[in-house]
Design a protein around this ligand. Structure first.
Ligand code: NAG
Ligand code: NAG
Ligand code: NAG
Length: 543
């Protein structure tokens, strides 16, 4: 009897010291509705969260547990995805159509995830049915824990600016255009925190103080250049990595990317323009906000601030981004203690994008395969061992074929803890951006022309930025390296949203080799079931 009690006590103490139990919980209740705003002077329907457009920012600290109960008061099902949050062992909460059943109108779902071992600047967005074009996005920041040194002094304030191109047509009209094989056409403007021009967002600063500004491009298709009249931008962080602190006059922020800069209010006391303007477009659209010095009476000047032109500026800027090897990230050990450059590559996947028609309909593809949406989330199909009925896992070759385009529910199988190389080839004339959920990868290189194995000679194998999003310039390639150490079902997609909607995506499946809870959490009890697994409901515990 005594032994038994002691054993129980031992179990209990194990539970109580587990990391998950000790980290704070941050609870949110979100009501998602339509609302009307006129950011470009024309009233239009947008998606609001708790009556806000953009949605509320999530402020968290490394390892916090985030619990968001989302109520769908739209007339369409949707999901929320957490761009750049790695969801370690937990693709159950990734909020992509391949991982979750959409939340039905009138229904609610509670996301619960941990921002495990992460710091940095991210955002969330609605991942379904082109909802991203209507709003429903917001900032998500992960602060360093108290005792982890941050490589700069605490800023006087920490601001979030969500920049993005914007259409005045509703997401339903835009979606119909794509369904009818028409292009979206050019955006109508650029917004900063859902506003621009006369109603612009204002950041108030005190002379002499230094501010952190977090910038994310939450737009649909356009790379943007970000700058502040008369003020230098000191780059400090990119998508969870502390950078070498270089000074920039302006930054190119491609769709889906996030950057943090420090800005010191060291100019004459007046108001200054904050600008986000389109890049690589024939037209230039500009969105503005205001940097307001407290006490200033002189408003912003009307002078248009011109931005950089051409690809070379942007390419050189990418190459100037360096990981600060001695700074800490989520843990006190230096970022550079992970020597990614000395790990042998076991697999190379070359992905080329293409545009074409299938049965007369406009489609985009990766290596000739255009993604076909499945009615059963792939992650659930996998759990119930029904993958074969839902997806095709040998449809896409590891290198671009020269065949006709086909449409498949495209899953690429990977091996847990492999070290792989992914090369993105852009044979087209427009800039592209790619995002991988579940991971932070090393953005080791990019160049003009076609990738060959010799291209590895120009990789940065020393201090490349670890991030989740990378751009590919026209007729160019970009390469990333990563360890596939996060078991789950992960979306790899074009961030150019019309391309994603029309098939330029796939899922990377990384199974846990021994189905161990050490590698992947069990299916959450509140998981909705739909499609082929609709009747499985209330799952029993896995063995
Ligand atoms: C965000 O959280 C940090 C750390 O808890 C806190 O210092 C800061 O004031 C918070 N900021 C906002 C805007 O809530
Ligand atoms: C829906 O909201 C109710 C009320 O807050 C909550 O009790 C329930 O767990 C939520 N349902 C899901 C699936 O998250
Ligand atoms: C890198 O981080 C270290 C440690 O916090 C800091 O002292 C140093 O100034 C940073 N270096 C650069 C070049 O930003």
């Amino acid at each position: 009897m005594g032994r038994f009690t002691l054993f129980n006590f031992f179990l209990l103490s194990l539970l109580c010291t587990s990391g998950l139990a000790e980290n704070p919980y941050r609870y949110f209740t979100w009501k998602v509705t339509y609302g009307t705003v006129s950011p470009l002077g024309v009233p239009q329907e947008v998606i609001m969260i708790n009556d806000q457009f953009p949605g509320p920012n999530i402020n968290s600290t490394t390892n916090d547990n985030i619990v968001v109960n989302v109520f769908n008061q739209l007339d369409e099902p949707f999901l929320i995805s957490w761009n750049g949050v790695q969801q370690r062992k937990n693709s159950w909460q990734d909020g992509m159509p391949g991982t979750n059943c959409p939340i039905p109108p009138g229904g609610n779902y509670t996301y619960q995830f941990q921002v495990k071992d992460q710091i940095g600047t991210y955002f969330y967005f609605l991942s379904t049915s082109f909802h991203k074009a209507a709003g429903g996005f917001g900032g998500l920041r992960v602060n360093s824990r108290m005792y982890i040194p941050v490589p700069f002094d605490p800023p006087a304030e920490d601001y979030t600016l969500l920049i993005g191109d914007w259409y005045t047509k509703s997401h339903k009209e835009l979606r119909k255009r794509l369904d009818d094989s028409k292009s979206l056409g050019k955006p109508c403007g650029v917004l900063i925190n859902g506003r621009t021009g006369k109603n612009a967002e204002t950041l108030t600063v005190e002379p002499g103080k230094t501010y952190r500004i977090r910038i994310s491009n939450v737009g649909i298709k356009t790379s943007l250049n970000f700058r502040i009249e008369g003020h230098a931008l000191l780059l400090v962080e990119i998508e969870g990595s502390h950078t070498v602190q270089n000074v920039y006059e302006s930054l190119d922020v491609h769709v889906g990317q996030s950057y943090s800069v420090l800005v010191t209010a060291n100019q004459a006391v007046k108001d200054y323009q904050i600008v986000a303007s389109t890049r690589f477009t024939k037209y230039i659209l500009t969105g503005t906000a205001v940097l307001h010095y407290s006490g200033a009476t002189e408003g912003v000047s009307d002078a248009a601030l011109s931005g950089p032109t051409g690809v070379a500026f942007s390419l050189n800027q990418f190459r100037s981004f360096r990981w600060n090897l001695t700074a800490s990230a989520a843990r006190p050990n230096p970022q550079g203690s992970y020597h990614y450059g000395s790990i042998p590559i076991v697999r190379t996947i070359k992905l080329a994008s293409s545009i074409g028609k299938i049965e007369g309909k406009l489609r985009y593809a990766i290596n000739g395969v255009s993604y076909k949406q499945a009615s059963t989330p792939l992650k659930l199909a996998d759990y119930y061992e029904m993958g074969k009925e839902v997806w095709c896992d040998k449809c896409m070759p590891d290198s671009p074929p020269e065949e006709e385009m086909k449409e498949e529910t495209n899953v690429v199988d990977g091996v847990h803890r492999d070290f792989i190389e992914i090369v993105f080839e852009n044979r087209e004339k427009t800039v592209q951006t790619w995002h991988l959920n579940g991971y932070s990868f090393f953005a080791v290189g990019m160049s003009r022309g076609t990738w060959t194995p010799e291209s590895r000679n120009v990789y940065n194998l020393f201090d490349a930025i670890s991030r989740s999003n990378i751009q590919v310039y026209p007729k160019s390639w970009s390469a990333i390296l990563l360890t596939t150490d996060n078991a789950g079902m992960w979306s790899l997609r074009s961030e150019i949203w019309e391309r994603q909607y029309l098939g330029q995506q796939l899922y990377l499946r990384i199974p846990s080799p021994v189905h161990s809870l050490r590698d992947e959490y069990d299916i959450p009890l509140n998981t909705p079931h739909c499609g082929l697994v609709a009747n499985k409901g209330e799952p029993t515990k896995a063995d």
